[in-house]
Design a protein around this ligand. Structure first.
Ligand SMILES: NC(=O)c1ccc[n+]([C@@H]2O[C@H](COP(=O)([O-])OP(=O)(O)OC[C@H]3O[C@@H](n4cnc5c(N)ncnc54)[C@H](OP(=O)(O)O)[C@@H]3O)[C@@H](O)[C@H]2O)c1
Length: 155
């Protein structure tokens, strides 16, 4: 069975994702076991758990204004943290799936393609695009520019 390490397992997206049936073995390490801001913590966890894939959802996200008020934390978590994930995945040749954001686009026309120019609308989007820069350097990766609503309603 293919094994996945999922960062950000206590977050909004992961809380819903955990309800979905699948055929994988998925680990959701807490921040104390895998802190993306600490390269050695990331590498140690991956060496121990040997995943085939890493889904990288961990981030500093809301409230948006925190990225304007505390750029140090935003850079550390979203740019350096994601870079640490890329460095560790590339060392262990683990396929990386990175959750970016639709906010990298200007949001004026819609239906953007991945080749459209980016124009991040705020510091949060800049920090996510900063993470993308590291991910793009690693070819065994996939970037998802996700748009999510505030609440998911299941019927
Ligand atoms: N929600 C949206 O509308 C939206 C839209 C587009 C893209 N995205 C992206 O999709 C991803 C998931 O979003 P979300 O709303 O589920 O995020 P979220 O609710 O803010 O959850 C963030 C997760 O990251 C973890 N985390 C933060 N710092 C960490 C660190 N240093 N080391 C390890 N884990 C850390 C948090 O753990 P703790 O709880 O322990 O701090 C939490 O589990 C994010 O990358 C976000 O940028 C979200």
């Amino acid at each position: 069975m293919k094994k996945i390490v999922f960062t950000g397992g206590s977050g909004r997206f992961a809380t819903i994702f955990r309800l979905v049936k699948h055929k994988y073995q998925i680990e959701y390490p807490s921040k104390t076991k895998l802190n993306i801001e600490n390269f050695n913590s990331v590498l140690k966890y991956l060496i121990k758990n040997k995943p085939d894939y890493l889904i990288h959802c961990a981030a500093l996200s809301r409230p948006m204004k925190i990225h304007e008020k505390n750029i140090s934390k935003s850079i550390l978590t979203n740019i350096i943290g994601t870079s640490n994930i890329v460095r560790a995945c590339s060392q262990k040749n683990i396929k990386l799936i990175y959750f970016s954001t639709n906010y990298v686009y200007p949001g004026t026309k819609g239906n953007y393609s991945e080749n459209d120019p980016v124009l991040p609308i705020n510091n949060y989007a800049i920090s996510k695009l900063g993470g993308e820069c590291a991910v793009q350097m690693y070819k065994n990766s996939l970037i998802l520019r996700i748009s999510m609503t505030e609440k998911t309603i299941y019927s």
